[in-house]
Write a protein that binds this ligand. Structure first.
Ligand code: HEC
Ligand code: HEC
Ligand code: HEC
Ligand code: HEC
Ligand code: HEC
Ligand code: HEC
Ligand code: HEC
Ligand code: HEC
Ligand code: HEC
Ligand code: HEC
Ligand code: HEC
Length: 490
């Protein structure tokens, strides 16, 4: 046999158990690389026992090259036999993709798994150059290991859903490592993730909740501000709804699956999808990225205030604050909803049809709020009437050719008071509301008076012109007669 003498004692030390084992692994027994290395009891061959590639009948030489049929070390591991030794850097991913990018090859193994991993990885944020400048900063083995590779649905795989957070966190939780690449990226994703519903259930073994790769992708990971990223603002709703709108996927969980459908119809959804307005919220602006809520928000009921600051401030100082806290009503959601938030119409206010105040106020229950709601709505309606009267007066003056530039500008003050009123409603304070609407009434009074004056002036001028023309005509005739008279006298 071609095995060198100095290895024979080692082989003799092989345990009986190992011999039985080799017999069991018929494929492996044919693989001289594997059987000799098993005798060496090295890590790679120990791990290879449970490797998916071993189970598929592949050899050490499938990756390392060489001749697996020779039990002679020098012949087996010979360059002329294609032996490459230990691959480094990009060579590693190239070796994996030799098979994994080859559809026809993979089909031979009845495998329908995708064949785009290397193409995607190269493009991704992880395909950037490593700090040593020698190749991509991540290779296939960073996430899958080199030996002992498992199917992705094997609970021992490092990319099995419950293991992924830890696999990503090897780097993403390592401050000094991340610093050397991009100091702007925080290193608290896992810590925060563990506070979310997703993270808590994941740590208990639930594989349906979102882990890092569900939200970011596995081979095609990009920075969040890259339009190709699954967490790019405009892509988030579909990333989340991939699970949350799937009735059968979410069946085991007792929560609705209509968030996306509702969100799409909301004022926020329309702003994002129809107007490309990136200042309006998508799912993660309200729910946070990794944590249970966005940073600095103790509860999701307070999230609206991060954008609608004035409304939130007024609400906090209003009588509703205490009342809602006591009854555990969420702040804004109680009146506006959460996913299907619509444009706030005037009808929301008051005690008429569609008024939200009626939900809790009536002539018998919480009466004071009932009467104040009624009064506020009356003021709103009057202001709307004043606005349209002022508008039509200015229009009449303009039709008569009067200069109304200034009045037109002033009309904005009424609209401003209307807008302010829609916000100051949240003080649920009658006198504050009156103060704002009073500004509008004052402007409309002034405008109506001035527009009337302009119309009057128009008639006055028209009348004045007629008189002047008559007088001048009269004078011309008199002058003509006088001249005739002088001519006659001559
Ligand atoms: C008869 C025993 C024997 C056979 C057969 C054998 N090897 Fe080895 N192999 C060794 C020993 C011993 C070493 C460590 C000695 C060394 O560093 O050169 C080694 C080292 C290696 C290394 C590490 C090389 C390095 O540069 O660190 C790789 C990779 C390897 N073998 C793969 C293979 C492959 C693939 C095959 C089959 C084509 C194979 N071996 C067949 C005994 C064997
Ligand atoms: C699926 C591809 C693949 C197969 C199959 C494979 N290896 Fe490797 N092996 C690698 C890669 C990639 C590295 C480089 C690992 C690294 O850089 O951490 C490596 C490294 C090694 C090393 C040197 C570093 C170390 O981890 O000790 C040895 C020795 C080795 N392999 C032996 C083997 C043996 C023996 C077998 C078969 C029992 C085998 N390999 C099967 C891909 C493979
Ligand atoms: C950043 C970590 C990461 C890297 C790097 C990585 N993978 Fe994966 N890979 C995953 C995750 C996570 C999954 C499982 C989730 C899924 O199915 O997308 C996976 C799944 C797979 C699968 C199962 C089929 C599939 O696509 O879902 C194969 C095969 C695979 N990877 C091969 C590779 C190869 C080859 C490379 C190198 C070109 C590579 N992976 C690099 C994380 C990684
Ligand atoms: C010689 C071809 C070949 C090479 C090289 C190769 N693989 Fe594979 N790989 C396969 C085959 C075949 C399967 C098994 C497919 C099956 O059984 O469904 C497989 C399966 C896998 C799986 C499990 C996918 C699943 O179904 O969940 C992963 C992960 C994987 N390989 C990663 C790698 C990595 C990482 C490398 C490089 C270090 C690599 N492979 C190198 C051929 C190869
Ligand atoms: C080997 C270490 C390593 C592993 C493992 C790793 N990453 Fe990364 N990742 C990095 C580095 C380094 C960067 C920064 C790249 C840069 O910006 O230069 C990065 C960037 C990212 C980014 C983009 C951040 C941004 O805003 O620019 C995301 C998202 C990301 N990784 C997610 C993941 C996920 C999810 C996993 C697990 C499936 C993972 N990473 C595994 C090292 C790693
Ligand atoms: C529920 C979906 C979701 C899960 C699960 C998730 N992320 Fe994120 N991740 C996001 C969103 C959304 C962003 C931010 C997008 C933005 O900035 O607009 C983000 C941002 C990032 C960033 C870059 C920004 C930064 O500085 O934080 C990294 C790195 C990252 N995630 C890694 C991870 C890792 C690692 C895990 C697993 C422990 C993970 N993510 C789990 C959705 C998720
Ligand atoms: C891989 C599928 C998946 C993805 C992707 C996903 N989720 Fe989830 N999510 C779940 C499951 C499953 C639950 C658990 C339901 C439960 O028990 O509450 C859950 C729970 C939640 C909860 C808590 C619900 C409760 O119980 O009150 C919120 C909020 C949530 N997800 C928001 C999001 C957001 C926002 C995104 C996108 C950034 C997202 N999810 C992406 C599967 C997913
Ligand atoms: C404007 C803020 C906002 C946006 C945008 C938003 N949500 Fe919500 N979401 C909430 C609030 C508030 C709740 C109620 C939480 C509570 O009462 O505990 C909620 C509840 C949930 C729940 C728990 C089950 C339920 O329906 O009550 C899930 C799951 C959820 N949202 C997912 C999503 C997804 C997916 C998106 C994006 C399509 C999204 N949310 C967009 C604010 C928002
Ligand atoms: C990320 C910032 C952001 C968050 C968080 C947010 N909004 Fe908005 N909201 C906006 C923007 C921007 C608009 C304007 C959309 C448009 O262009 O019509 C808007 C519009 C509205 C409107 C319609 C205004 C009108 O004129 O009638 C209401 C009502 C509203 N939001 C309520 C809420 C409530 C309630 C929450 C919390 C559950 C919330 N918003 C969370 C940014 C936000
Ligand atoms: C008790 C019911 C109620 C609550 C609670 C409430 N609102 Fe309103 N909201 C209204 C009414 C009524 C209107 C005005 C309708 C009108 O007159 O046009 C309105 C209008 C709005 C508008 C559009 C006007 C503007 O200010 O731009 C926004 C935005 C808004 N609310 C956000 C919020 C936020 C954020 C919260 C929580 C801090 C909240 N609302 C709490 C009833 C409520
Ligand atoms: C979810 C229930 C609920 C809704 C909806 C609601 N309120 Fe209230 N409101 C209360 C409760 C409870 C109190 C405290 C009990 C009280 O003082 O009558 C209160 C108190 C008030 C007060 C203070 C009364 C006082 O005693 O000084 C005003 C004003 C008020 N509400 C106005 C409104 C208006 C206007 C609306 C509609 C835009 C409205 N409320 C919608 C529950 C509600």
């Amino acid at each position: 046999m071609g095995i060198k003498m100095n290895y024979i004692p080692k082989l003799k030390l092989k345990t009986i158990a190992l011999s039985i084992f080799i017999i069991q692994c018929t494929y492996a027994a044919d693989d001289q690389c594997f059987s000799c290395h098993q005798g060496l009891e090295d890590r790679p061959s120990q791990l290879f026992v449970e490797d998916i590639h071993n189970k598929a009948g592949l050899s050490c030489s499938s990756c390392h090259g060489g001749n697996p049929n020779s039990d002679d070390m020098d012949l087996a591991m010979n360059k002329s036999e294609g032996f490459i030794g230990v691959p480094v850097s990009n060579n590693i991913s190239q070796i994996c993709s030799k098979c994994h990018s080859d559809i026809d090859y993979m089909k031979k193994y009845d495998s329908n798994i995708p064949t785009d991993q290397f193409a995607k990885l190269k493009e991704s944020v992880h395909g950037k150059l490593a700090v040593n400048g020698k190749g991509m900063m991540l290779q296939c083995i960073t996430c899958h290991n080199a030996h002992g590779i498992k199917k992705v649905d094997d609970p021992n795989s490092p990319v099995y859903p419950t293991n992924i957070p830890q696999t990503c966190n090897k780097c993403h939780g390592n401050a000094s490592f991340m610093q050397s690449y991009n100091p702007a990226i925080s290193v608290d994703q896992l810590t925060k993730y563990r506070t979310s519903v997703h993270g808590v259930l994941n740590s208990k073994g639930n594989i349906k909740v979102a882990e890092c790769a569900n939200c970011h992708g596995s081979h095609d990971i990009f920075s969040a501000n890259d339009v190709r990223s699954k967490v790019y603002k405009l892509n988030i709703p579909s990333t989340c709804s991939h699970c949350h709108s799937d009735k059968s996927y979410m069946k085991a969980f007792n929560i609705p699956t209509d968030q996306f459908a509702k969100y799409q119809r909301s004022v926020h959804g329309k702003a994002v999808f129809e107007k490309q307005d990136l200042s309006a919220p998508v799912c993660n602006d309200c729910h946070g990225n990794h944590g249970a809520t966005p940073p600095g928000i103790e509860s999701i009921s307070k999230v609206c205030g991060t954008c609608h600051a004035l409304n939130a401030e007024l609400f906090s100082a209003s009588p509703h604050k205490k009342a809602f806290d006591e009854k555990k009503y969420p702040e804004c959601e109680t009146c506006h909803g959460n996913h299907e938030i619509l444009i706030a119409k005037d009808q929301l206010l008051g005690v008429g049809k569609g008024a939200i105040c009626l939900k809790c106020h009536s002539e018998n229950e919480n009466q004071k709020g009932y009467f104040i709601a009624k009064e506020m709505k009356k003021l709103t309606d009057s202001l709307i009437v004043s606005d349209s009267v002022a508008n039509s007066m200015v229009f009449q003056a303009e039709q008569r050719g009067m200069d109304v530039e200034e009045l037109k500008f002033k009309l904005r003050e009424i609209r401003q008071a209307r807008l302010e009123g829609r916000t100051i409603v949240h003080s649920f304070d009658e006198s504050k509301f009156k103060e704002v609407t009073a500004k509008g009434f004052k402007s409309s009074d002034t405008i109506i008076t001035e527009a009337k004056a302009a119309v009057d002036e128009f008639y006055f001028r028209r009348y004045g012109l007629g008189v002047a023309v008559a007088v001048i005509t009269f004078l011309i005739i008199m002058l003509f007669l006088y001249i005739k008279k002088i001519e006659k006298t001559k």
